[in-house]
Design a binder for this molecule. Structure first.
Ligand code: S3P
Length: 441
């Protein structure tokens, strides 16, 4: 349990920070370099628990990795890839921990492994409750052999790899995890594989597959075709995670007189929707794109405390900001007027049911909120400090809820406690210390 002191009106946030490396990009980088031919270098690999789970899974499949820390304390990896055929059959169950990305991407990689290896994937208590049918059904359409509880819906999931058929798949939901799983399977399919989504989702896999030399064509934002390809080692630089930066943006926007710059944040347009949404709410944000940006753009974001207004957040922007919605809902509670979030039922199957858990957090903070089947309606308190009706909050075993409560605590009229603050380490180790380091009088 962690105690947060009540808001001190003399304190504000100020300074220059970096946030942890992007976990979506990191997880893809270790998977692709593991199945490429040759030695890849990954600069700025995260220490967060989720990417470390993916790293361990790849090591259990025989991928050799050397790590070293450079002068700026960043972790770099040298990954000795031996091609898909160099993967070994894992001796034990593969533990994806809390990471849905690790689990779903590994399903595609292992189901489509032409070496016919057997594998069992599992995860922690939260991951074992998250639906995997969306992936197993799509892979089954390509001829995959997959077994698991509730019609291959829940971990543990067993798979026997084989060369899958190609074809065309229309996914029922926009999900980068599902799409990426299929793209990984597509690397070894008999025929080309086309994937079409109802709305665009993050495109890190497509961009990185190109870097590794895969034959892949992005027809438009929602349709991609991949052909069987051998990957060649390359160098990947991982920018800061915009989903982690969102918490620092929120803290700065909420606490009066604050101004913070977050350096080297990934600005891929399939992820940076949070900046547009915040600007629409009235946030004073400026972005300086780094001119030497690699294939994944990055830059510095400067944000100042700003009065916010309520807006409607719905439609095709939702997949772009799916991980930012918990912290956005907290910001909405500080806005003037009402915010309506719709089309976000996917939040119910994240690390926690984030519509339910966020509605509970907001209620405990004294905010009026209505939970909808696919969103919520939040009555903003127009920049007044939170006046909590509870003194103990739960993280619900969810890193983004733990961090959202941490941000709320900066602007509360009384002390609050948080159970499970350590869940922040899933994506943002050192989060609470970083926040503290930004506070000054
Ligand atoms: C991710 C995709 C998103 C996101 C998750 C990471 C990825 O999930 O919520 O945190 O790295 O592909 P879905 O694609 O299932 O929406």
């Amino acid at each position: 349990m962690k105690l947060f002191k009540a808001f001190n009106p003399k304190e504000k946030l100020a300074g220059l920070v970096t946030v942890p490396p992007d976990k979506s990009i990191a997880q893809r980088s270790i998977i692709l370099s593991g199945i490429a031919h040759g030695i890849s270098t990954i600069n700025n690999f995260p220490l967060a628990v989720d990417p470390q789970s993916t790293l361990k899974v790849m090591q259990s499949l025989g991928v050799q990795v050397q790590n070293y820390t450079n002068q700026t304390d960043k972790l770099s990896l040298q990954v000795h890839g031996k091609g898909m055929s160099g993967l070994k059959e894992a001796e034990d169950i593969l533990d994806c921990g809390n990471s849905g990305t690790c689990f779903r991407l590994m399903m595609g990689l292992l189901a489509g492994n032409p070496n016919k290896h057997f594998a069992v994937l599992t995860g922690d208590q939260s991951l074992r409750k998250r639906p995997m049918k969306r992936v197993s059904e799509a892979l089954n359409q390509l001829g995959a052999d997959i077994w698991g509880r509730n019609g291959s819906n829940y971990a543990p999931i067993a798979l026997k790899g084989k060369r899958l058929n190609g074809g065309s798949i229309k996914t029922p939901i926009p999900s980068a995890q599902l799409k990426s799983s299929l793209l990984l399977a597509g690397l070894n399919c008999n025929d080309k594989l086309s994937i079409e989504e109802p709305e665009p989702s993050r495109n890190h896999s497509e961009l990185m597959l190109k870097q590794f030399g895969a034959k892949i064509e992005q027809h438009n934002e929602i349709k991609t075709t991949i052909w069987a390809s051998e990957l060649k080692a390359c160098e990947i630089n991982i920018p800061g995670d915009i989903s982690s930066a969102a918490f620092i943006l929120a803290a700065t926007l909420i606490v009066p007189e604050s101004k913070v710059t977050i350096q080297q944040v990934g600005l891929n347009s399939t992820r940076s929707g949070i900046l547009n949404v915040l600007k629409k709410m009235g946030a004073d944000i400026s972005v300086e794109i780094n001119k030497s940006s690699s294939y994944e753009p990055f830059g510095d974001i400067t944000v100042k405390h700003s009065p916010l207004r309520g807006i409607e957040i719905s439609g095709s922007i939702i997949p772009n900001i799916i991980d930012e919605l918990p912290i956005l809902s907290l910001l909405a509670s500080q806005a003037s007027g009402q915010t309506i979030i719709k089309d976000a039922a996917e939040l119910r199957i994240k690390e926690s049911d984030r519509l339910k858990t966020m509605a509970q957090v907001l209620k405990s903070l004294g905010i009026t909120v209505e939970e909808l089947p696919d969103g919520m309606v939040i009555d903003g308190c127009a920049g007044k400090p939170f006046n909590p009706i509870d003194d103990t909050f739960d993280s619900y075993h969810d890193h983004r809820i733990a961090m959202t409560v941490g941000i709320a605590s900066l602007f509360c009229t009384k002390d609050i406690n948080l159970i499970g603050h350590e869940w922040a380490d899933i994506s943002f180790p050192g989060f609470f210390n970083l926040l503290k380091s930004l506070l000054c009088e």
